[in-house]
Design a protein around this ligand. Sequence first.
Ligand code: DGY
Length: 330
Amino acid sequence: MSSKKVLITRLIPGIAKTMLTNAGLEVMEWQGDGPMTQQELITQTKQVNALLSLGADKLDKYFFSQCAHLDIIGQFAVGYDNIDIEAASLAGIPVSNTPDVLSEATADVAFGLMMAVSRKMFYNHKTIIRGEWKQFEPLKNLGFQLSGKTLGIFGMGRIGMVMAKRCKGAFDMNIIYHNRTRNREAEMRYGATYVSFEELIRESDVLSVHSVLSEETRGLFNREVFNQMKPSSIFINTSRGGVHNEADLIEALTKGSIWGAGLDVTNPEPMKPNNPLLEMPNVAVLPHIGSATVEARNGMARLAANNIISFYRDGSVPNCINPKVLKTPG
Ligand code: DGY
């Protein structure tokens, strides 16, 4: 495999480069402070055989029409909504992602946002900075307790499972979930109950989104859905901003259709500093830091590199999203 070249599209933990180099691959690293433009990405990709990509890289039909020569793509993320998987498959290119290694980190952010919103933490922090903390307030800044409340999980995959575990353990929350398929493990371990989507939105005190962004989920959490949620409920999204409609979310919070929201992902990203959500007392927003722990990012770098190395070693790709294109099923 000595003549194969891999392009890493942003600076990521060095372990990826070390692993790829040790496996005999030549590594090119984009040194820029941000993602490449698509044209730049195409120009750079034409010089390599494999891509270690990030979520901001636009790998759409046009990209694949220009870069059909690629042997493999190792995405440094669990999400891959930036990649047109059908176009990659048509070009015969296996695409892989980095599941599991970021589940704890991402669920921790969902859990943290839930806590922050339920006690208006971000807002109260800002009141100190603004010099508004004058005395103890018996009737102001009241949040509510999470103990015994109902947590609704939309998307009971790996991250949803960790969120369920956290919430069961910390607050003995009643867990309900909606998923494409039943998750018996979540039912057994955390007493989670499978419910319809309608029941999920009606019954949840906290509704936490852990689904992928797909044609079915794009814009799913909109005015109609928020209107059916409890006025006392909290909406948490740590998956992809595209799953909620941000204008409808702002309206729901303003009208009181729901009580609060915690977002690690926004629509669009990055969120503008003058976004009204940032001034709302019952809202907490973070800049897409779900996987931002040393452990998770090193794990992602390892998995992404390993998917590429395995492919060149024996044709297998452990975390392949489109395994049909593999000669040796991954
Ligand atoms: C992921 O892995 O999908 C995270 O959102 C980081 O992009």
